[in-house]
Structure formats: C-alpha cells, structure tokens
Design a binder for this molecule. Structure first.
Ligand code: HEC
Ligand code: HEC
Ligand code: HEC
Ligand code: HEC
Length: 177
C-alpha cells in the first residue's frame, strides 16, 4: 500500500458517511405527503381548504344593514368592499348572529381611510381608474379649514350624495345638463 492510499481511504469513507447522513436527514425532515402530486406537500391542499372562511361579500352585509346597503348601492362606492373600511365579516358574525363589534372610524381616522385610496401622492395609481385629491389643496379650494374631515362633505357610503344634492339645490346640475 502506498503511503498516500490512506488519505484516499479517509476521503472516500468521509464522503460515504456524509452522503449517508444526508439521506438520513432527508428521510427524517421531508413531510410524508411531499411529492405525491408534485414538488410540494400534498396534505397542504386539505389543510388550506379546511381553513374557516373569514370574509363575506358586500351582499353578506345587505340583509342586516338595508339602510347602508341602499345608500352604498346608489353611490359611487358600489364597487368598494364594506370590509375594506369596516374589517372582517368573521369578526362580526358567527352562524348568522352578531358576535363581535366592527370598528367604525371617526373624525381624522376617516380622512386617513379615504386618502389610502384617493391621495394624489399615490403615483402608481391611474387617475382614470380612481380620482385623487391633493391635500390640503382640496380643502383650500373649498374654502374650509384643513381640519375638515372628508365626511363633513362626502357621505362615506355614497361620496357624491350630499354634493349632488347641494348642486341640485343651487341649480348647477340643471345648468350643466
Ligand atoms: C369607504 C369606506 C366605507 C365603506 C366602503 C363602507 N363603510 Fe360603512 N362606514 C364608514 C365610516 C367611516 C362610517 C362612520 C360614518 C360617520 O361617522 O360619519 C361608517 C358607518 C357605518 C355604519 C354605522 C355604524 C355606527 O354604529 O355608526 C354601518 C352599519 C355601516 N357603515 C355599514 C356598512 C356596510 C354594510 C357597507 C357595505 C355595503 C359599508 N358600511 C361600506 C366607512 C365605510
Ligand atoms: C346577521 C346580521 C348582520 C350581518 C350579516 C352583518 N351585521 Fe353589522 N351589525 C348587525 C347588528 C345587529 C349590529 C348592531 C346594531 C346596528 O348598529 O344596527 C351591527 C353593527 C354593525 C356596525 C357598527 C359597529 C358594531 O359592530 O356594532 C358595523 C360597522 C357593521 N355592522 C358592519 C357590517 C358589515 C360591513 C357587514 C358585512 C361584512 C355586516 N355588518 C354584517 C348585524 C349584522
Ligand atoms: C378602497 C378604496 C377606496 C376608499 C377607502 C375610498 N374610496 Fe372613494 N372611490 C373609490 C373608487 C374605486 C371610486 C370610483 C372610481 C372613481 O370615481 O374615482 C370612488 C369614488 C369616490 C368619489 C367620486 C369621484 C367622482 O367624481 O367620480 C368620491 C368623491 C370619493 N370616492 C370620496 C371618498 C371618501 C370621502 C372616502 C372616505 C370616506 C373614500 N372615497 C374612500 C375608492 C375608494
Ligand atoms: C368642504 C367640503 C369638502 C371636503 C371636506 C372634502 N371634499 Fe372632496 N369634494 C368636494 C367637492 C365640492 C367636490 C367637487 C365635486 C365636483 O366638482 O363635481 C369634491 C370632489 C372630490 C373628489 C373627486 C375629484 C375629481 O377629480 O373629480 C374626490 C376623490 C374627493 N373629493 C375626495 C375627498 C377626500 C379624500 C376628502 C378628505 C381628505 C375630501 N374630498 C374632503 C368637497 C369636499
């Protein structure tokens, strides 16, 4: 045996030992259902499907809130989800009964909420899709203090409701059409 053979044996034995350890760890840590349908854990499909549904649709709110529903459906916010502004259905309703209170924003919180969608500063959003306003310019243009909150002029559920009514009264709408 040459005096270098021992080195080779050590290297080869180490490689075999490491490969064995690798295979043992793989068998230990890969979940049982992995690879059944593809390179993922097959059990994950059932687990996800079993998760309780948390969100409703707007229609799921209408039955119990006919007043808000009517206003919402007639205004410019029809396409907006009630839950975007109020939170999740399942925090409010269980088995068709009220089991929790949803947050209702007030004052400046409402302004913050509106500006999440309508702020001109959000450059990535096309103003063709959604009209935006710059602050405080929008309030300055209306000659009101910057402490005015959006809902002092815009109905939260139908934002042009009051404004159109006011225009009708002042005859502006008739003059336009
Ligand atoms: C753009 C956000 C927004 C959307 C969309 C929205 N709401 Fe509201 N809602 C509010 C705000 C803000 C208030 C509080 C109004 C205020 O104080 O002037 C409110 C008030 C309410 C209230 C009265 C709560 C109370 O106790 O005073 C109910 C009920 C309600 N909304 C239900 C709904 C339903 C149902 C929908 C969908 C059809 C909906 N809302 C869609 C923002 C929204
Ligand atoms: C099974 C009936 C029912 C359904 C469905 C329902 N609500 Fe309500 N909700 C109530 C009752 C009852 C109240 C308390 C009395 C009231 O304000 O009319 C309430 C109150 C509220 C309030 C005031 C804050 C509070 O929790 O007391 C908001 C906001 C609200 N609901 C929004 C919604 C939204 C948004 C949906 C749909 C995702 C919805 N509700 C679905 C019955 C319902
Ligand atoms: C989740 C995003 C979202 C939120 C939050 C939101 N809006 Fe809207 N708003 C829209 C969309 C979408 C439209 C319909 C497209 C449009 O006309 O810009 C709209 C329409 C409007 C319009 C009519 C614009 C026009 O002349 O056609 C006004 C005014 C308005 N919203 C004001 C508000 C106010 C005030 C609030 C806060 C109470 C608010 N919005 C909250 C998305 C939102
Ligand atoms: C003092 C009253 C007043 C307040 C407060 C107010 N607005 Fe307005 N807003 C108006 C009027 C009036 C219009 C013009 C409607 C028109 O010209 O047809 C308007 C128009 C809009 C439009 C449509 C813009 C467009 O290009 O057509 C949006 C969006 C809007 N407001 C959002 C908001 C938001 C968000 C807030 C709170 C930060 C707010 N407004 C606060 C009175 C107000």
């Amino acid at each position: 045996m040459s005096k270098h053979a021992l080195h080779l044996i050590v290297v080869m034995v180490s490689i075999v030992a490491m490969a064995g350890a690798g295979l043992a760890l793989k068998a230990r840590f890969i979940p049982e259902s992995f690879g059944l349908y593809g390179a993922y854990r097959a059990d994950a499909i059932d687990e996800e499907a079993r998760r309780a549904v948390r969100h409703g649709t707007n229609a799921s709110c209408f039955g119990c809130h006919p007043y808000e529903a009517t206003i919402h459906l007639e205004g410019d916010h029809t396409t907006i989800s009630c839950e975007f502004c109020h939170g999740t259905y399942s925090d409010h309703i269980t088995d068709k009964k009220k089991t929790g209170t949803l947050p209702v924003k007030k004052g400046q919180e409402i302004t913050t909420l509106c500006l999440r969608c309508h702020n001109t500063e959000i450059k990535a959003r096309s103003t063709i899709v959604i009209k935006t306003v710059g602050m405080p310019d929008h309030l300055a243009k209306q000659n009101v203090k910057v402490t005015h909150t959006c809902n002092q002029c815009h109905h939260v559920h139908a934002p042009l409701k009051y404004i159109n009514e006011a225009k009708k009264i002042t005859g502006l709408m008739e003059a336009e059409s």
